[in-house]
Design a protein around this ligand. Sequence first.
Ligand code: AMP
Length: 210
Amino acid sequence: MHIVIFGPQGAGKGTQSARISEKFGIPSIATGDIFRWAIRSETELGKKVAEYVEGGTLVPDELTISVVQERLEKEPNGWILDGFPRNTGQADALGAFLAAKGEQVDAALMIEVPEEVSLRRITARRICSNCGKLYSLANPPSVDWTCDNCGGEVIERQDDSQKESVLQRLRTYHELTEPLKAYYAERGLLREINGEGSTDEVFARILAAL
Ligand code: AMP
């Protein structure tokens, strides 16, 4: 199973990807997590992508595509991709990568929420700085901002704490990522999901759409 998930910041992609991953026994691969991990670990990749991730603009396609392809090569049994593709060029690259193996994207989930919901959720979002598990002010870890999963420190994302970066990412979403709606609709793969409501409600809509 090959699923891609996209939607504006705060739509719930990461949370729903984790649910899908658990339900179908496939890994959830998030480009944002890969980049944040690289920055935190001060790897060569981290040095190359820091200015883009911190400023809220897209990492150049050539670099992003090669990072994703290298990761997908290790996952022959399917995956859900969270945050990739982010534009139609990346979608073409993903399609070509899969076609070379006689495979294809099976479904493209577009999670839709109004902008005020996006902004509210981004403000409340918290993340484990070690494993990437997601929390929020309303759904904190059980002990003192320490990750339930790995004991890492749960923090606010650097790019979520800066208003200009949040607005930049939403602009980038509308300009570059939203065209994926038409791209996957033309291929009969688009599944539009209302992202408002509880995590359980949204997940039930996703299961019905798959
Ligand atoms: P995310 O965690 O998906 O919100 O991504 C955080 C940041 O990582 C984005 O603002 C971009 O700078 C970068 N990023 C993540 N995925 C991609 C992608 N597919 N293409 C380019 N940049 C990306």
